[in-house]
Design a protein around this ligand. Sequence first.
Ligand code: COA
Length: 188
Amino acid sequence: MHPLNSLPVPTLVDGQVVIRRPEARDAATVLAGTRDPLVREFMQGVVPHRDLAAAERWIAEVPPLLWSAGRAAYFSVALDDGPSVGWAELVDLRPAESAAEAAVWLLPGARSLKMASAALRLVCRFGFEQLGLRRIDAYAAADNMPVQVVGAYIGFRRAGFRPELFRSSRTQRLHDAVYATLVPEDLC
Ligand SMILES: CC(C)(COP(=O)(O)OP(=O)(O)OC[C@H]1O[C@@H](n2cnc3c(N)ncnc32)[C@H](O)[C@@H]1OP(=O)(O)O)[C@@H](O)C(=O)NCCC(=O)NCCS
């Protein structure tokens, strides 16, 4: 696996769907995402930004810091060269295993348009082709069917069930999780 900080933040394209470096113009999307009930329900540790300026500051500081520390690859998801409509990430990078964990969210207006599978495919392609990962993991709440379908659609295989694995950012309720993995040969 190559160190994340040895790579530039790429722009990757699948049809109209683009993943790229998060920019100041994405602040409204990042703000809305951290306040979205579904994102907060199904993702752990989502802290809503106070306002647009706080989201802008976070974008300027945190993604570059985590990238240079080799901790997380954060991408904005957009349609063509428009403003972002969601987020895709590789986190929990584990060089010893050549593995990482992927996640994605979209604003409500961008859902049900097949964008999620394109965004997840792009972030996984980055992980395999540029970072040299050998495996990408994903954890979905057992009651979060859309992301399980999206994952299966691009080649993730169900690998296990983890009772009460993570806590909803919205309600603090514990979710059971379905664990799935993807290897480069299966990405489609
Ligand atoms: C996860 C997320 C990105 C999925 O994107 P999406 O555009 O909403 O996905 P879709 O609505 O196209 O649903 C994906 C598929 O699941 C299917 N689906 C949705 N609900 C379903 C259900 N209850 N049972 C079975 N299938 C279901 C859809 O029909 C669709 O399949 P299709 O493409 O063959 O029609 C989006 O729902 C989101 O941002 N959720 C909040 C954050 C989140 O949960 N992130 C994942 C954390 S791991």
